[in-house]
Design a protein. Structure first.
Length: 204
């Protein structure tokens, strides 16, 4: 475990200093602000959230899910903020580590592709004790599930049993998705009890 701990600490230290999307950007051009990578976890963590990318509040705080989306996902998981931020229990590895900026309508741009290409394989190799990855949103689902992902997020989440025990697909907890939750009551009745059970098991 000591070697695994050092491996994770060293890798996450490298990620904290990453400037690829500013200094060596892809086709989207450079990041419009200074990078502030957000990633959490230790070698002991057994549960991981693979989300989308930091928003403006997370970019300011440097801590993942310090926004209304965080409130909702903690409610879904049935845990307090203190437990949520215990990185010996829960790792958080978003598809994009830095806030990608805003589009013309004021919404968040998609996660930067440089992060996954440069870091994700190494990150999940280092987090060797992860048993379950919560795939939050379509970007994470398409990356981790590949061809096994369904045509839409709703179909993928509805087929959650097909991906267990390694993955559990979830909608994004943004309050903009309140309408989706109302249209899909099965999520609350079928998926959330499983989510709470698995969170309790893996974070006990």
């Amino acid at each position: 475990m000591a070697n695994a701990t050092i491996k994770v600490e060293n890798l996450f230290g490298e990620i904290a200093q990453c400037r690829i999307c500013l200094d060596q950007p892809g086709r989207r051009g450079p990041l419009p602000h200074e990078p502030r990578p957000v990633i959490r976890g230790t070698a002991k963590a057994r549960l991981c959230i693979a989300g989308q990318a930091p928003g403006t509040r997370v970019h300011a705080s440097g801590m993942p899910f310090t926004d209304p989306s965080g409130d909702r996902i903690r409610e879904w998981m049935g845990i307090t903020a203190d437990k949520f931020y215990d990185d010996s229990k829960l790792a958080i590895v978003p598809m994009g580590f830095c806030f990608p900026g805003l589009d013309a309508k004021g919404g968040d741009l998609p996660p930067r592709p440089e992060c996954a290409k440069a870091w994700h394989a190494r990150a999940f190799e280092a987090l060797e004790n992860i048993e379950l990855i919560l795939l939050v949103g379509g970007y994470a689902q398409k990356y981790h599930l590949g061809k096994k992902a369904k045509a839409t997020l709703t179909e993928t989440v509805r087929a959650w049993e097909d991906y267990m025990p390694r993955y559990l697909p979830l909608p994004h907890p943004s309050w903009r998705n309140t309408g989706w939750l109302k249209k899909n009551p099965w999520f609350e009745h079928e998926v959330l009890p499983v989510l709470k059970r698995e969170v309790g098991r893996l974070m006990s």
